[in-house]
Write a protein that binds this ligand. Structure first.
Ligand code: ATP
Length: 365
């Protein structure tokens, strides 16, 4: 049974010029970690708040553990939540903050103490239990908020950008910790972030949202590797997927003067242009020409430490290529490029939708 089922949720805010969520349906399996990711304003928080019961939909339903909770208030939905603003009580010590939900539920004191201790251990907070929030770092406060949410042992955990108050290094550390904790607990989790790297790292599946709709939902690598549309390819990944215009002519793809073999499924596009998508790390680069390699010109060389990020020009197109850190690249020099045919993706230039041999990958823009 799915832990959370959302059906056809529509929400327009008073005074809003468009739907904040536009007919969203999705299911979160029992024990699954599902991430809602997308640019600012795409409706992720609104969707989460409707699941939480903090916002009511104009239409559509929310079910939790098989029960329709659309008309139930937040406190009766069996959820716990962590928000970006950790919302912990400044006048309570860490111990009381973590145990707050249990105390409110009139759980006996021994049991509260036992569970607070357990949650504190999981989040490495044992030595801070008798401090006030003001005596903690931002990262530690955020851990208190997570401990407080998991201690109540709710069926579903909702998190809205819980890491965004942390600096970059802490964010990375806590991201890994959060992954460990949630997988240890096995709690069904719905998690909102605008950070695509965080979504990829944490989610069992990610739902990429755009303008109030889920535009693709799948396992992180599936969504990264086979974007259903150009929006997803451009949103996930750093750098984003490269998109080039290519003309299909009798079994070949022409990009300026360069030609590549066209895959069979593009035969219906003969004589027309398609958009070709390819990720920077799927392009090989060499200094010397060879059969089947395409000449290009290096414009910018950026060392990232582990690799070199090259900006190269191929005909009228600019693209990003990831080269080994030791590659002898200099601006204004020629290089040769190649990509494995199975690393190439194709899109309809008028809709941005994937053109695949298997139509099941195609979804709305
Ligand atoms: P962010 O990452 O910036 O938080 P988001 O994807 O979570 O964005 P939402 O906060 O769900 O997006 O907002 C979706 C749309 O609804 C936006 O256009 C936003 O301006 C609008 N919106 C959100 N809350 C309200 C509100 N209380 N009143 C009116 N409009 C709102």
């Amino acid at each position: 049974m799915s832990a959370v089922v959302v059906r056809n949720l529509v929400k327009t805010y008073a005074g809003g010029d468009r739907r904040a969520t536009d007919d969203v349906s999705l299911e979160v399996a029992d024990g699954e970690f599902l991430v809602l990711v997308g640019p600012s304003g795409c409706g992720k928080t609104t969707l989460l708040r409707m699941v939480a019961g903090l916002e009511s939909p104009d239409s559509g339903t929310v079910s939790i553990a098989g029960k329709d909770v659309t008309d139930l208030p937040a406190r009766q939905r069996g959820l716990s939540m962590v928000f970006q603003s950790y919302a912990i009580f400044p006048h309570m010590k860490v111990r009381q903050n973590i145990g707050f939900g249990l105390t409110m539920r009139k759980v006996p004191k021994d049991e509260v103490d036992r569970r607070v201790k357990q949650a504190a251990e999981l989040l490495h907070l044992e030595e801070y239990l008798d401090r006030y929030p003001a005596q903690l770092s931002g990262g530690q406060r955020q851990r208190v908020a997570v401990a407080r949410a998991i201690v109540v042992d709710a069926a579903v955990l909702l998190m809205d950008e819980p890491l965004s108050n942390l600096d970059a290094l802490l964010r990375l550390q806590f991201r890994a910790e959060l992954k460990r904790i949630v997988s240890q607990l096995g709690t069904t989790t719905l998690y909102v972030t605008h950070d695509q790297a965080e979504a990829m790292s944490l989610g069992d599946r990610v739902a990429v949202m755009r303008e109030g709709k889920v535009t693709q939902l799948g396992a992180p690598l599936e969504v990264y590797d086979r974007p259903a549309n150009q929006f997803v390819g451009g949103f996930l990944g750093s750098p984003p997927m490269n998109f080039l215009t290519a003309r299909v002519t009798r079994g070949t793809l022409a990009i300026g003067d360069a030609t590549l073999p066209a895959p069979d499924h593009l035969s219906t596009w003969d004589g027309r242009e398609v958009v070709m998508g390819v990720r920077a790390e799927n392009i090989q680069v060499a200094t010397d020409p060879a059969e089947g390699w395409v000449p290009a010109r290096v414009e910018v060389v950026e060392p990232t430490g582990a690799a070199l990020l090259l900006t190269v020009r191929l005909a009228d197109e600019q693209l990003k290529v990831q080269a080994p850190a030791t590659f002898p690249a200099r601006p204004d020099t020629g290089v040769h490029l190649r990509a494995a045919p199975d690393a190439l993706r194709f899109y309809d230039p008028s809709t941005g939708l994937a053109l695949t041999s298997d139509r099941s990958h195609d979804q709305g823009p």
